[in-house]
Every structure is written in structure tokens, then in C-alpha cells.
Design a protein around this ligand. Structure first.
Ligand SMILES: [Zn+2]
Ligand SMILES: [Zn+2]
Length: 335
């Protein structure tokens, strides 16, 4: 397969797709029902393949890898550690597989790789001077523990009836509706948290840790400062307000925990023989490259509404330059 049929490479060897990043057709006027249906149900759309996959993972985890509600009525280290081990295993399988395939075995070399360079193994920007070790450190020392803590507390509260729980047998439609909206809600929540941590003081002390990864890999996904993890995984608190099923809690957190691995691969597509999977990582790659664009991932047109959208084109580059110049001028006036 030749990636030059799908994009172009610059002098440095960085590859970029011809296809521009597009937002979902959800809020277009006039409404285009066929385009919306295609976006929801078509391949490479909202459900297929990724969100359906993470939804099925959540159901499987609830059925076969979650303690009973009776057990979870009492806070105890045994079942909490079990959930920690299962979350650590899940991210090790997903991000670990992507890293092994793309960065250690280099199965597709630089094919569809945005940045021609490989992650740094000698940079002061990272703990141990090694990007990958640094990323895994933050993932396992803070990311998975906080993901687990939120999950344990939410499931414990549900098991005790401290928060309202949805009966999936009595309300199957509501169950499906909440499942459907979880990835969208996650995006809205992430957008708000993300804008907040780009506020200079929070950026400097918190979010800059994640942004040290200007050339991200799968383990960069939830390589974040502990304060960012605290905000990031708070997405699950919505289920304390909206009566939900434990599967919803698990899905929300599985989505928050595992999708960044896919979104930070640094590759536009994963190629395995004739199978080609889009990672949908381009918008967020541009965020890591330019910092002030694409705070969300594109299921909701939030960046368009707030003027921070970058579709990968030279025109978007120019618009970004103008925005930056205006911002610098305002800052200078204030000083
Ligand atoms: Zn990122
Ligand atoms: Zn950011």
C-alpha cells in the first residue's frame, strides 16, 4: 500500500492526508437526514468501528470482569484492586498492542505516520529522558489508579442505592439511548476540561506534561498530570445525575481510558495486509502540533463554534496565524 495515494510527505518526511478533517453533519442547516444516518451507522462513522467496539468491551467487562453488586456494597481493597488490575490489563492490551505493532515491531514502518521522527529516548522533557517510559509512568502511577478510584466509588454508590440506578430490563430503550450518547457527552466534557487546562497557569503546571508529547505515541494517550486525570475522569460523575446502569459507568470510563491510545498512535491508519483502520487521530495530532486548535475530536462541532477548528489545510494554517497574531497583540496591550 502506498500512503502517497492518500496524502503527501514534506521535506522532513512528515506525512499528511489529502482528506480534510470534517465535523459531524449533526447541526447543519438545512438538516441532511441521509448524511446524518450515514455518519451514525456507516463505516468510519460515529458507531463503527470504534465506539461499538468500546461499548462491547464495556458490556463484556460488566458481565465477566466486575464483582457482583452485593460484593461492591462494602468498600474493600480486594475488589478495588481487582478492578485496578483489570483496567491496567485492558490498557496494556490496547495501547500495548498498538505500541508493539507500530513502534517496536514497526510493522508498517513510517506508512501513514504524521511525524517522520520516532519518539525521543534522550530528552529532558521526559522522566527517565525517555518519552515512552515517561508516558507509561504517568499512565500506571496516576491514570489507571484515578480511573479505578472513580469507578469503585461510582459502583459502590450504585450498589448501595446512594445514586439512582436504571433498571435495564424495565427500560431497555433508555439504556440504549444513554449508551449512544456517552461518547458525545465525553467529548463535550473533554472539550470543557481541555479548554480550562489551556488557561496559562493550569497549562504551565498541569497540562504541559501531556503536551511534552509533540510527537505522540499510543502510551501518550493518558500520560497526564494527576490533576488533569482528576478533571478528565470526572466525566463519569454525569451518572450520579442521570439515572444510569453500571454498564454506563464502565463504558464512560473504558471510553475515557482506552480511546486516547487509539487517538495518539501518531499514525493516520493502521494497516494489516488488506485491512486498513482509520485511527481518527489527525485532529488531535494537530492539537499536539499547534497547541491552540482542535480541543475536541470532531463528533461535535465544538471547535467550529468556538473558532479553534483546524481541518489540516493551508487555509486553516493561515486562519490560525491570524488568531495567534490577534491574541499576541491583545496580550501585549495588557502588559
Ligand atoms: Zn493528547
Ligand atoms: Zn491540550
Amino acid at each position: 500500500m502506498d500512503d502517497l495515494n492518500f496524502g503527501k510527505r514534506n521535506k522532513r518526511g512528515d506525512w499528511e492526508p489529502f482528506e480534510r478533517i470534517s465535523a459531524a453533519p449533526l447541526f447543519e442547516v438545512p438538516t441532511r437526514p441521509v448524511a446524518i444516518a450515514k455518519w451514525i451507522f456507516g463505516w468510519d462513522g460515529y458507531l463503527l468501528p470504534w465506539n461499538l467496539f468500546y461499548g462491547l468491551v464495556a458490556v463484556a467487562v460488566w458481565l465477566w470482569a466486575t464483582p457482583s453488586m452485593a460484593t461492591m456494597q462494602t468498600l474493600a481493597p480486594g475488589w478495588a484492586l481487582f478492578i485496578f488490575a483489570r483496567n491496567a490489563a485492558m490498557i496494556s492490551v490496547t495501547s500495548g498492542y498498538l505500541h508493539l505493532r507500530l513502534y517496536i515491531m514497526k510493522k508498517q514502518g513510517g506508512l501513514f505516520k504524521y511525524n517522520a521522527k520516532w519518539p525521543s529516548k534522550s530528552s529532558d522533557a521526559f522522566l527517565f529522558r525517555d518519552q515512552n517510559k515517561d508516558n507509561m509512568f504517568w499512565t500506571f502511577i496516576s491514570g489507571v489508579p484515578q480511573w479505578t478510584l472513580y469507578e469503585v466509588l461510582m459502583l459502590w454508590a450504585m450498589a448501595n442505592g446512594y445514586i439512582a440506578t436504571l433498571d435495564a430490563t424495565a427500560h431497555p430503550v433508555m439504556f440504549a439511548v444513554i449508551m449512544f450518547f456517552i461518547p458525545m457527552f465525553r467529548e463535550l466534557h473533554f472539550f470543557m476540561v481541555h479548554r480550562m487546562i489551556h488557561w496559562p497557569p493550569l497549562y504551565k503546571y498541569v497540562h504541559s506534561l501531556h503536551h511534552a508529547n509533540v510527537n505522540p505515541g499510543p502510551w501518550s494517550g493518558i500520560a497526564m498530570h494527576p490533576v488533569e486525570h482528576l478533571f478528565y475522569f470526572s466525566t463519569v460523575l454525569i451518572h450520579a445525575i442521570v439515572p444510569s446502569h453500571p454498564v454506563h459507568v464502565i463504558f464512560n470510563l473504558v471510553h475515557a481510558g482506552l480511546t486516547p491510545g487509539q487517538g495518539h498512535t501518531g499514525f493516520d491508519k493502521i494497516v494489516n495486509g488488506k485491512t486498513v483502520l482509520n485511527t481518527h487521530g489527525h485532529a488531535h495530532y494537530l492539537h499536539h502540533k499547534y497547541f491552540e486548535v482542535n480541543y475536541a475530536d470532531g463528533a461535535l462541532p465544538l471547535d467550529r463554534w468556538f473558532g479553534s477548528f483546524h481541518d489540516g489545510s493551508p487555509e486553516a494554517d493561515s486562519a490560525m496565524e491570524v488568531r495567534m497574531a490577534k491574541r499576541r497583540a491583545t496580550l501585549n496591550r495588557k502588559i
